[in-house]
Write a protein that binds this ligand. Structure first.
Ligand SMILES: O=C(O)CCC(=O)C(=O)O
Ligand SMILES: [Fe+2]
Length: 345
């Protein structure tokens, strides 16, 4: 298979290493890409191809399990928004997405919640793993570990590209970042049906690290009313800036809008999407940028349909409640009221 063309650039993580002769040029490139389109391909990331192939293969095997084995870990059973969702249960800006998926997060004990505690504490808890595919659990936990390390390296280079110390974000992830990992399958559909695999949206974390199979369908807003295709390139990940980096840079960096178009009927597409977030108890700082960058901040684009908060836990909870109205209704009816999140009847 030859890789399809894309106008998104490819950056090599090795070029950012201390002492590398191209380091300054690499930082300039990253700053410009992360500000203009907010998406790029990453090579030189150090994650072995066998691990990449392994996680994609296990995710394919999960989705071919009998429905009852998948439903055994249905998200509706988890107040922490972990587990399996059939296609059609997730909404983006109120419109139905068409993908089945399993969501995983940090593997923790659930917290003992007391009256008056911050509502985001309900997000903390265990994952659901399928008994029918026991190999999935160790592979997913190892993947979360590998991509978390990579994600932290990426936010270090983003920090440097913004003229900051590499560890400027450390205080807001050192007590444990909040990760979200999704294994996803987009079933093919007839052209007469909706083509929304996942509707146009921005991602919420610092960065997203996306692994996709050979099918393609991811598209990035070109800022001119059109879409840039981001087809798979073997051995690379698609990386994009999330809302936390846009907030911290006061809009210098761009958390860009993207979507996935459903594959044609008869086929399907799989992806493994990882979102590195900050600690749920933390608050996103606004960085003090060097004057030449500070002069170019745009402020954060506030969307009335999707307000952004600097308090991380509140932001994550809001987005989980909005994406999964069935879980919200089953476990968090009181918060739905509180956060004024519309739940379809
Ligand atoms: O599946 C993909 O390629 C991207 C999915 C995505 O954008 C998301 O889940 O936020
Ligand atoms: Fe996304």
């Amino acid at each position: 298979m030859t890789d399809a063309k894309s106008s998104l650039p490819i950056l090599d993580l090795q070029r950012f290493a201390a002492g590398h002769p191209e380091r300054a040029a690499a930082l300039d490139e990253l700053r410009s890409v992360a500000r203009s389109v907010g998406f790029f391909y990453l090579e030189g990331h150090g994650i072995p191809q066998e691990q990449i192939d392994g996680v994609l293969d296990l995710s394919k095997r999960f989705f071919t399990l009998p429905e009852q084995d998948k439903l055994a870990i249905e998200m509706r059973k988890s107040p922490h928004f972990r587990g399996y969702n059939r296609a059609g249960l997730e909404y983006t800006r109120g419109t139905q997405d068409w993908r089945e998926q399993v969501d995983f997060g940090p593997e923790r004990e659930r917290l003992d919640i007391r009256p008056g505690d911050a509502p985001w504490k309900r997000l903390v808890g265990p994952n659901q793993f399928p008994d029918a595919l026991p190999e999935l659990k160790p592979a997913i936990l190892a993947w979360i570990e590998a991509v978390t390390r990579l994600g932290i390296r990426l936010i270090e280079v983003f920090a440097e590209a913004l003229g900051q110390r590499a560890d400027v974000f450390e205080p807001i992830y050192r007590d444990g970042p909040n990760q979200l990992l999704k294994i996803i399958r987009y079933p093919g559909r007839d052209k007469t049906e909706s083509y929304q695999g996942v509707g146009a949206h921005k991602d919420g974390g610092f960065v997203t690290i996306l692994l996709q199979d050979e099918v393609g369908g991811l598209q990035v807003d070109d800022g001119k009313g059109g879409w840039i295709d981001a087809p798979p390139k073997r051995g690379t990940f698609v990386i994009n800036v999330g809302e936390l980096l846009e907030l911290a840079s006061n809009g210098y960096l761009l958390a860009n809008i993207h979507r996935v178009v459903t594959p044609p009927a008869g086929g399907d597409r799989r992806s493994v999407a990882f979102f590195l977030g900050a600690n749920l108890a933390s608050t996103i700082p606004v960085l003090d940028l060097p004057p030449e960058l500070g002069a170019e901040v745009r402020g954060v684009t506030q969307d009335p349909l999707n307000p952004l908060f600097h308090e991380v836990g509140r932001n994550v909870l809001k987005s989980r409640l909005r994406s999964h109205p069935d879980v919200a209704a089953a476990h968090h009816a009181d918060l739905v009221e509180l956060l004024k999140v519309p739940v379809p009847a």
